[in-house]
Write a protein that binds this ligand. Structure first.
Ligand code: PHE
Length: 443
């Protein structure tokens, strides 16, 4: 059971609260939600089971896991990919961590109280288009995470996040109930929950799967590494289903808190990465008209909880690279952590600037930040996810996979449950992922 909490802790992060609502808003609203749920159950869940299986069977972290089960240069390359991908994501994940840090300061100083929707949007707009503020916040956020990793005290922040995730859950529920009282909010619920298939297009599928992988921390070695800590008596399928459901639940609840506020404030659901940072302050602003103290309290708690979720994710992304340099390149922890701070921090600065001075630099209509995000979630994650599914489906022996998933035939995932899971891993996931991957380049 404890391992579900650890994996859910890795999965639940900015991906659910910040990324899910805006990707949903850009790619089909309620239709996106349905495709996202289907993609999670049919494609992401099998890959999740496959990653845990590889991790637990090999007892290695991502870099050496596949190569330990099957020799061959190609599995070493796949291992190297699983070190590279999280570091690539770290570059821009920490930019959003920086935004959250800035908004914590804004809520401590009561900047959201009694603002119109234009004013809260303007607050975000002037922050994001400025040069230094977002850069300083991004580097500050990354430096805090780096210091925690360098000291090797990440278990401290993980313990802290055990408390903040339930707090975040309660706050989101409070925000859903509250945003339902805002005039115009019902359109937001309808937008989210009343399926409108005319919104569906090829992009919906591509982005739904990318979001699902991103949110479940798949295709980047993180779950393989967690898998290596999963105890032999634990039921892999049950653990995976538990994590998938809690992750989806968090995303959907975040959408239910945010979309009604978006509509009540007259904002655009497809407004892009700033959506949460405009709509959530609007909630706090209108709450402030009723009780400024309550509003400030909820705002501060909300951003502290978001920051803790972001920090644990950031730390686990960075940790993959740090342990690689420590174990395979003989570096000290401290040196490895600060080296990655320098590399990812600098690339993150470029991502951060792409909302301001570098906003004119675009490729196929995407700025640098969007390109990083697109390349990571729609290309890199799907690539490694595909490799993992093929590895478990075709390279590992079926008896070995069965032995691992059913705990030697002793748990409830035997019989037809195993056959269904195995079929999903071997056929449905690789074919589905490949189809969606190719679609990426056709749209
Ligand atoms: N899944 C996390 C999120 O939703 C991101 C993450 C990926 C965290 C990989 C850790 C490792 O924010």
């Amino acid at each position: 059971m404890a391992v579900i909490f650890a994996m859910a802790g890795s999965a639940i992060g900015l991906g659910n609260i910040w990324r899910f609502p805006y990707i949903l808003g850009e790619h089909g609203g309620s239709a996106f939600l349905i495709v996202y749920i289907a993609a999670t159950l049919l494609l992401s869940l099998p890959v999740f089971v496959a990653e845990v299986t590889i991790g637990r069977r090999s007892r290695r972290s991502a870099y050496g896991a596949m190569a330990a089960l099957e020799s061959g240069r190609r599995w070493k390359i796949a291992g190297a990919l699983s070190v590279f991908i999280p570091l690539f994501i770290l570059c821009y994940y920490s930019v959003i961590g920086g935004w959250s840090l800035d908004f914590l300061f804004k809520s401590v100083t009561n900047q959201f109280i009694r603002q119109t929707s234009e004013e809260v949007t303007g607050l975000f707009g002037s922050f994001i288009t400025s040069t230094w503020e977002p850069i300083i916040m991004h580097l500050a956020f990354l430096a805090i995470c780096t210091a925690i990793i360098a000291k090797g005290v990440k278990s401290g922040i993980e313990k802290f996040s055990k408390y903040t995730i339930p707090v975040l859950f309660v706050l989101i529920v409070v925000m859903i109930v509250y945003s339902a009282t805002l005039p115009g909010s019902m359109d937001g619920f309808r937008y989210l929950l009343d399926p409108d298939f005319s919104q569906l297009d090829a992009k919906t599928f591509v982005y739904a799967l990318g979001q699902s992988f991103y949110s479940m921390s798949l295709g980047m070695g993180a779950i393989v590494t967690y898998g290596s800590y999963v105890k032999k008596k634990e039921n892999i399928v049950a653990t995976s289903v538990g994590t998938a459901i809690s992750d989806m639940l968090f995303a959907i609840l975040a959408g239910m808190a945010i979309m009604p506020a978006v509509f009540a404030a007259g904002m655009e659901p497809g407004a892009g990465p700033g959506l949460v940072f405009c709509s959530v302050p609007y909630i706090f602003s209108t709450m402030g008209a009723i009780s400024p103290i309550l509003s400030s309290l909820v705002a501060v708690l909300f951003f502290v909880a978001i920051l803790a979720a972001a920090a644990t994710s950031c730390i686990s992304l960075q940790e993959v690279g740090v342990s690689y340099f420590v174990e395979h390149r003989g570096m000290t922890r401290k040196k490895a952590a600060w080296l990655l701070f320098a590399i990812c921090g600098s690339l993150g600065v470029v991502c951060s600037l792409s909302f301001g001075p570098l906003s004119g630099v675009t490729l196929v209509g995407k700025n640098i930040f969007d390109l990083f995000d697109w390349f990571a979630s729609n290309v890199l994650l799907l690539t490694l996810g595909f490799i993992v599914a093929v590895f478990v489906g075709f390279v590992m022996k079926k008896e070995d996979v069965k032995d691992e998933i059913t705990n030697g035939g002793t748990n409830r995932a035997t019989g037809w449950i195993f056959e269904v899971v195995y079929f999903l891993i071997k056929w449905v996931a690789p074919i589905g992922i490949l189809g969606i991957f190719v679609t990426n380049f056709l749209i």
